[in-house]
Design a protein around this ligand. Sequence first.
Ligand SMILES: [Zn+2]
Length: 95
Amino acid sequence: MLRAIFKLIWYIIWGLIIYKIFSKFSHKSNKKSNFNSKEAPVNERKVIKSKVYKDPICGTFVDPQISESFQLNGKVYYFCSKECKEKFIKEIDGK
Ligand SMILES: [Zn+2]
């Protein structure tokens, strides 16, 4: 009988330890998912607000908010990198 009670207490202790570990993990993942869900709408708004432009050099679609830009004859061109922007400017100078 005493052994049975001891076993029960042992199981409860282990149960609590496992529960604590699991709750820690789930708490962490909840925090992460909350963080993501907070960030996601901002990104979605960015995508909705800002058009995606095609890099005329390499053909990559770029977000104008984070890309290199260059104005030519009132038109704005967007580039994935400085290298592409420089290539574009060189091409214009060449012509
Ligand atoms: Zn590019």
